[in-house]
Design a protein around this ligand. Structure first.
Ligand SMILES: *[C@@H]1O[C@H](CO)[C@@H](O)[C@H](O)[C@H]1NC(C)=O
Length: 132
């Protein structure tokens, strides 16, 4: 996922006060998402528990914060990631879950995914968002 790695490098650079020579920057952690799954359907306005594996978090990343973006596949070559409206941000990555609410004005689609950024992003399977 070169795209996500580049994006997260930019986010990391924008959000981090760490010195560029800090050894932290050389360790990349991509959290494995366990929910949502491919069979998942989210209704508009409802709240969901996004979960991921924490057993493989490198020691150096234990204190870092995560970011979750919503995207959809669409029919173009590019991924449509909503960078302006994160579903969640500034939560401890070590926790392994975060509750998010699906905004009511989200268009219904069956090809959404989320990307969870530790410092490199990982993508969930495609899932569905419906009115009810
Ligand atoms: C969310 O999932 C985590 C991990 O399975 C669990 O510990 C937590 O209780 C859940 N929270 C809610 C509100 O369902």
């Amino acid at each position: 996922m070169i795209f996500f790695t580049i994006l997260s490098a930019l986010l990391f650079a924008a959000l981090s006060n760490a010195s560029p020579t800090s050894s932290q920057n050389f360790i990349v952690y991509s959290p494995h998402i366990t929910s949502p799954k491919a069979s998942t359907t989210w209704a508009l306005g409802s709240t969901h528990n996004i979960t991921w594996e924490t057993s493989d978090i490198p020691h150096e990343k234990r204190g870092s914060n995560g970011l979750i973006l919503l995207g959809y596949v669409g029919n173009g070559a590019s991924e449509h990631l909503d960078i302006d409206h994160p579903l969640a941000s500034s939560f401890p990555i070590e926790k392994g879950y975060v509750l998010v609410r699906m905004p009511k004005n989200t268009p219904c689609r069956n090809d959404y995914f989320i990307v969870l950024f530790g410092d490199s992003g990982n993508k969930s399977p495609k899932f569905r968002v419906t009115k009810h």
